[in-house]
Every structure is written in structure tokens, then in C-alpha cells.
Write a protein that binds this ligand. Structure first.
Ligand code: TLP
Length: 343
């Protein structure tokens, strides 16, 4: 029996239909705007997110970086969550490459930014302060256990930013998980934001790629920044083709991953020495606090028995369900966790 890999939904492999689409894709040079498959994917993405245009990038990190470089200049400030992926997991790219100054606001446990806390970041035109150009949100929220922001929560934060003349960017790497969990359209989650990205290479199971969506003018400027960071890919249609398959066939099935995550969380919360509230598990991420031994040690024990989880730091492990993980794998995973706990 192979190991059960719940480290991330980034480990998903492309479906047979995706591999076929890759082999058959019509191609051209995308830096000249001539790859018909990329052009079609960009159009589909813009449509799905309710924006005028979209840009295909190599990764979620690249979409985020290009967005930040497009919204902010050197010395500008961006407001973002203390637990956000951009702040914690992207090698400080916006600061290193764009001179963008990050100002964090504590994320609520449910991945939100309190509008009052965002409001307090706008300190006025005093020359001591960097001007706030951008507020960033994340939906679903990775480090907050796959938490979902509603359209109303997004609107409340966007209203503050816009009132102060700042733009709003949504890291929607897993926005389709949020839409499926809320039973709404991804467009409803992106309506109030100026730009949004989503990843193909997570729950949607593509080998690579992310789409940055926004106004026609924003995407034209982002295209230059993508080129600047080396993201102008040529016959990128081989990577865009599975993205088209993903948007057509892989979105609704995310509900299965969410159900598997709930079953997993329910099983884990019954075990002594672990803390997780299954009611907070809305999508495909289960963050669990380990109280009976060091979390990294439990992770190592699980790994030895064929269950792979990721370590979030402190007492927390993360388990992520995805395409290729079936209910039987969840049962086996729970059995392995039981065997690895002391006593
Ligand atoms: N997240 C990865 C790791 O980097 C932690 C994962 O396994 O979940 N935004 C969010 C919210 C993300 O979770 C990630 C990836 C990204 C952006 C970056 O995407 P990639 O890895 O494609 O650059």
C-alpha cells in the first residue's frame, strides 16, 4: 500500500483527460500573445471571476508578486493578514523585489481582517508614514484552516480600503473551494476586489499555473511585470490546456474533498491529545493542534507509517484532502494517527 499524502493539495497529479489535452493543445508564442490555448484559458478565467481580463502565470506566488508589483511602488505600504500566505510563505518577494512595505493586521481565527483594524492602518498623509496603496485578503485562508470569507466579509473590508483610495487584492488560490463551500459563484467572492488570483495546481489538480484576473488596464500592466520577473512563457498552452479541463470538470468535485476533510476532522477530534473543532472545517484543510507530544514528532511517526502531514510550526499539523484521496484513505489515515498517539 502506498503512503497517504495529505501534506497539500499541491501534490495532486493531472487527470488522464488533462494529459490528453496537453498532448493535443494548439500552441503559439504566448509572449507575442499568439498561444490560442493560453488566450482561451485567460478568457475563461476572467469570465469565471467576473473580471475584464486575466493573465496566466507560473504559480500562485508569481500571481501574488506580479499583483503586488502592479498595485504598489517602492515605499508604498500594503496591509495584509498576519497569517497570510503572502506575508509568511512567499520569501518576502514583494519587499525584496518591489520595495513594498508590509503592515500586518491580526487575522481572526476565521481568516478575516476586522474592518476596524484595517481602518486603523490608514494613518493619514503625515510625511512619516508610507502611503497605504493596497489591502490584501485570502480566501480560502490557508493557515486559518481553510476558512472561508463570505461576500459580505469581503465587501466590508473592501469598503474601508476603497474609502481611503487603496485597492483590494484577493489571494484566491483556493477560491473555488470557498465558492463550493458557500454554494455561491466565485464571481460573488471577487466582485468587490480590484484583482484576484486563483491556482490551477492545488485542488484543481493541474501540474502548474495560476490566473491573475482584473481590469483590462491592470492586466496589461501586470503582463509587463510578469515579463520582468521572467514569467513570459512561450508555448505555455501545454500548461494552459489542463487548466481549461480543470475549470470545466474539476470544480464541483471539490465538495468531495470537503466532505472527506470533515470526516477526518470528526475522527481526529475524538482522539485524546489532539484538538480540532470539526465545525470550523469548511473546505479541504484540517489544521490540528497536538497536545500530547511535540507536533513535529507526531509528524515523523505518521510519516514512518505512511501518512504524510505538514508541520505548521508550534503545536500544529496540517492535513489537506484532494483529488486522489478517497474515503478509504481517510479511514486508514485515522487508523494510523490512532496507532501513533501515546498510550
Ligand atoms: N501554499 C502551499 C504552501 O506554500 C504552504 C500549500 O501547500 O498550501 N496562496 C495561498 C493561499 C497558498 O496556499 C499558496 C500555496 C500560494 C498562494 C502559492 O502558490 P504556489 O505554491 O503555486 O506558488
Amino acid at each position: 500500500m502506498g503512503s497517504i499524502d495529505l501534506r497539500s493539495d499541491t501534490v495532486t497529479l493531472p487527470t488522464p483527460e488533462m494529459r490528453h489535452a496537453m498532448a493535443e493543445a494548439a500552441l503559439g508564442d504566448d509572449v507575442f500573445g499568439e498561444d490560442p490555448t493560453v488566450n482561451r484559458l485567460e478568457q475563461m478565467a476572467a469570465e469565471r471571476l467576473g473580471k475584464e481580463a486575466a493573465l496566466f502565470t507560473a504559480s500562485g506566488t508569481m500571481s501574488n508578486l506580479v499583483a503586488l508589483l502592479t498595485f504598489c511602488g517602492r515605499g508604498d505600504e500594503m496591509v495584509l493578514g498576519s497569517e497570510s500566505h503572502i506575508f509568511n510563505n512567499e520569501a518576502g518577494g514583494a519587499a525584496a523585489l518591489g520595495g513594498v512595505h508590509p503592515r500586518t493586521v491580526p487575522n481572526t481565527a476565521a481568516g478575516w481582517l476586522e474592518p476596524e483594524a484595517v481602518e486603523a492602518c490608514f494613518r493619514g498623509p503625515n510625511i512619516h508614514y508610507p502611503p497605504v496603496r493596497l489591502v490584501c485578503l485570502e480566501n480560502t485562508h490557508n493557515r486559518c484552516g481553510g476558512a472561508v470569507l463570505s461576500p459580505e466579509q469581503t465587501r466590508a473590508v473592501a469598503a474601508v480600503a476603497h474609502r481611503h483610495g487603496a485597492a483590494v487584492y484577493l489571494d484566491g488560490a483556493r477560491i473555488f473551494n470557498a465558492a463550493v463551500a458557500l454554494g455561491c459563484d466565485a464571481r460573488d467572492l471577487a466582485r468587490e476586489v480590484d484583482a484576484v488570483s486563483f491556482c490551477l495546481s492545488k485542488g484543481l489538480a493541474c501540474p502548474a499555473g495560476s490566473l491573475l484576473c482584473g481590469s483590462r488596464d491592470f492586466i496589461a500592466r501586470a503582463r509587463r511585470n510578469r515579463k520582468m520577473v521572467g514569467g513570459g512563457m512561450r508555448q505555455a498552452g501545454v500548461l494552459a490546456a489542463p487548466g481549461i479541463v480543470a475549470l470545466e470538470t474539476m470544480v464541483n468535485r471539490l465538495a468531495e474533498d470537503h466532505e472527506n476533510a470533515r470526516v477526518l476532522a470528526q475522527g481526529l477530534c475524538d482522539l485524546p491529545g489532539l484538538e480540532v473543532d470539526p465545525r470550523t472545517v469548511r473546505t479541504n484543510i484540517v489544521a490540528v493542534a497536538v497536545t500530547c507530544l511535540p507536533a513535529a514528532e507526531l509528524q515523523a511517526r505518521l510519516e514512518q507509517r505512511g501518512l504524510r502531514a505538514s508541520y505548521l510550526g508550534g503545536r500544529r499539523l496540517r492535513l489537506v484532502t484532494h483529488y486522489g484521496i478517497e474515503r478509504e484513505d481517510i479511514r486508514r489515515a485515522l487508523q494510523i494517527v490512532r496507532e501513533c498517539l501515546p498510550g
